[in-house]
Design a protein around this ligand. Structure first.
Ligand code: HEC
Length: 130
């Protein structure tokens, strides 16, 4: 009789495991209108030429998938507005900046960059030692 209980438990664990695999963390939720406007700002300014999201994109700058949660939105705003010696400043409007940050926040909630900072060389390329 106890075998039935074990079987029932395993069946339940399978159902719960399957459900959580498809509904668990890793979903950023639906993109609202502001997030979609942020995509336009991201594309119009060609950020992807130098930056990656989810590991895809240019390699001159770092991956920005998790930049909002790891460094904060003020950090993002400062880089975009003022640039650095290696990144050009992007004079976008305050509304566009809000949209861009909303987009990057949404990306952050929906995925993880697997490239640690320590693997990015100062030239912007990756150090691919195992
Ligand atoms: C011409 C290439 C280039 C473009 C275009 C570019 N960036 Fe950058 N970005 C860089 C480089 C290189 C760095 C690293 C700068 C440094 O450390 O001096 C950087 C750094 C950053 C950082 C800081 C990242 C961190 O981990 O601290 C953010 C945020 C950022 N960029 C956002 C953007 C956004 C948003 C856009 C589009 C509006 C953009 N960048 C366009 C090259 C670029």
């Amino acid at each position: 009789m106890w075998q039935r209980k074990v079987l029932a438990f395993l069946a339940l664990a399978f159902v719960v495991g399957t459900w959580s695999a498809y509904h668990g963390t890793g979903e950023g939720g639906k993109a609202d209108a502001q997030v979609r406007r942020g995509v336009d700002v991201w594309q119009a300014n060609n950020c992807v030429a130098c930056h990656q999201l989810y590991g895809l994109g240019g390699y001159m700058g770092p991956d920005l998938t998790d930049v909002v949660s790891t460094k904060g939105d003020a950090h993002v705003r400062a880089f975009v507005q003022h640039g650095t010696l290696r990144m050009p400043a992007h004079p976008i409007t305050p509304a566009e900046m809000d949209d861009l940050v909303a987009f990057l926040t949404w990306v952050d909630a929906s995925g993880q960059s697997r490239v640690p900072d320590s693997a990015v060389h100062w030239t912007g390329t990756f150090i691919l030692t195992p």
